[in-house]
Design a protein around this ligand. Structure first.
Ligand SMILES: Nc1ncnc2c1ncn2[C@@H]1O[C@H](COP(=O)(O)OP(=O)(O)OP(=O)(O)O)[C@@H](O)[C@H]1O
Length: 237
């Protein structure tokens, strides 16, 4: 579904050059739930944002459904991004003065969907995350776990094939984190949504199909699950 071939990402500031991604080869297969782990600054978010077409590689090739995206215009990239991906962040990224329903509707406004249909789609997404009783609450009137559910509903509302989640349980206590993880697992297994998730929590990562371990911009280790199978080799080119 998504393939990175020899992808590098170099950030250049006035005093420092950082190789955030160093010759990354990776294939994300449809329907999988993958986690990315590694120390702070090793390139996890950069990798996630590159997969989601939010960051552009410095060089290397990226394919989405077998088509190279390397030479797409910004407009083509943002259309593909909006259609294909839903994003979930550690800090929820909700708009504070908009009620839950309006927050979830937002991505549909960019698709020129009419109001009535937008409301129906947003309500359906909120039903999937179990929040139909909070449609008109403001984010400040919700718990952390509920805010993350709203953010997941917003990611789901456009029917994405892939959810990219950057530490979705990072601000939640263990119990809430596990509930969010159950929800993501359910979306993966029932709705066949591919999920790539950055996490620092080994117990959360252990519930995913496989773990990509990074250090200094490099994919360090092939997935530890099924250590002796050929399965992982087909995922990491
Ligand atoms: N916009 C930027 N400009 C310059 N350097 C950057 C930029 N974004 C990231 N970096 C650098 O690239 C490296 C990788 O950053 P990234 O955010 O991907 O790491 P991470 O593994 O997600 O870290 P954390 O776990 O702390 O969130 C870091 O050394 C960081 O300082």
């Amino acid at each position: 579904m998504i393939t990175l071939r020899n992808v590098n990402k170099i950030y250049q500031t006035e005093h420092l050059q950082t190789k955030a991604l160093n010759a990354i080869n990776l294939h994300v297969e449809k329907g999988k739930f993958i986690s990315i782990m590694g120390p702070s600054g090793c390139g996890k978010s950069t990798l996630l944002n590159t997969i989601g077409l939010l960051d552009t590689p410095t060089d290397g090739e990226m394919l989405v459904d077998g088509q190279s995206v390397t030479h797409l215009s910004d407009r083509q990239l943002s259309q593909l991004r909006n259609r294909k991906f839903g994003f979930v962040f550690q800090n929820y990224h909700l708009i504070h003065d908009l009620p839950v329903l309006d927050n979830v509707e937002l991505p549909l406004i960019y698709r020129n969907i009419k109001t009535k249909q937008r409301i129906e789609m947003a309500k359906a997404a909120l039903q999937k995350v179990g929040l139909t009783n909070r449609l008109y609450h403001l984010p400040s009137q919700l718990s952390g776990g509920q805010r993350q559910r709203v953010a997941i509903a917003r990611a789901l509302v456009g029917n994405p094939e892939v959810i990219l989640a950057d530490e979705p349980t990072g601000n939640l206590d263990t119990e809430m984190g596990e509930k969010i993880m159950e929800l993501l697992k359910q979306l993966n297994s029932t709705d066949q949504i591919t999920i790539v998730m950055v996490t620092h929590d080994p117990s959360i990562a252990g519930k995913t199909d496989y773990i990509i371990r990074m250090k200094d911009g490099i994919i360090l280790q092939k997935p530890f699950l099924e250590e002796n199978s050929t399965y992982h080799d087909s995922h990491l080119c």
